[in-house]
Design a protein around this ligand. Structure first.
Ligand SMILES: C[S@@+](CC[C@H](N)C(=O)[O-])C[C@H]1O[C@@H](n2cnc3c(N)ncnc32)[C@H](O)[C@@H]1O
Length: 184
């Protein structure tokens, strides 16, 4: 009888511990991200923001923002008016928000946990990407439909199929592609 009671307590403790562990790992994305997290190196971030001529009138959106480095740098180093980072992975969102805080840019940088394909990006004047060739192609109709003519788009590593870039850079062996949304 006593053994039975001890076993019940052990089971209860295990159930509670498992619940707590689940609570900690419940920070999983709502759906599988379309691409894994790989950060853009700082020198490539700088080249992307430079080729897009980011300045005080710009609102920079990074679609799949990872740890927020591109939008943080846009505001901090290039004086952008605002930065908006969108990521589907709560772990990245937590990192990006923490990085924005330590960089002292929370007044200008917004980090949104969302699916980039389902988020309104119409306020962007510059859009940055580091996704995949297939995702860039899937994204192109959304970019064309939502972004104002003159909005600049910069992609690390991947082009956009048939849409020829206006500029193509090589930064320490990494490709950077640049486009402008044409007049409608
Ligand atoms: C290759 S990383 C690029 C990170 C950052 N832009 C950079 O250049 O350092 C791609 C990011 O896209 C995010 N991602 C993947 N699919 C997404 C989706 N559908 N919506 C929003 N973010 C997504 C991933 O979680 C990951 O952080």
């Amino acid at each position: 009888m006593r053994l039975c009671r001890v076993m019940s307590v052990v089971v209860l403790v295990l159930v509670v511990a498992a619940g707590a562990a689940y609570g900690q790992t419940a920070q999983a994305p709502k759906r599988t991200p379309d691409v894994i997290y790989v950060p853009t190196p700082p020198e490539v971030v700088a080249a992307m923001l430079k080729v897009a001529k980011v300045g005080p009138n710009d609102v920079v959106y990074d679609l799949g923002c990872g740890d927020g480095r591109i939008v943080i740098s846009a505001v901090k180093d290039f004086g952008a008016k605002a930065g908006v980072g969108i990521d589907i992975d709560p772990q990245r969102i937590a990192e990006a928000r923490e990085n924005a805080k330590t960089s002292g840019v929370t007044d200008k940088v917004k980090i949104l946990e969302a699916d980039l394909f389902e988020t309104d990006i119409s306020q962007a004047t510059v859009v940055t990407l580091y996704l995949l060739p297939s995702l860039n192609i899937k994204l192109q109709p959304k970019l064309m439909a939502e972004l104002k003519p003159g909005t600049r788009i910069v992609s690390h590593a991947f082009d956009m199929g048939d849409w020829a870039p206006e500029q193509e850079l090589d930064v320490d062996g990494r490709k950077v592609y640049f486009w402008t949304i044409p007049k409608k």
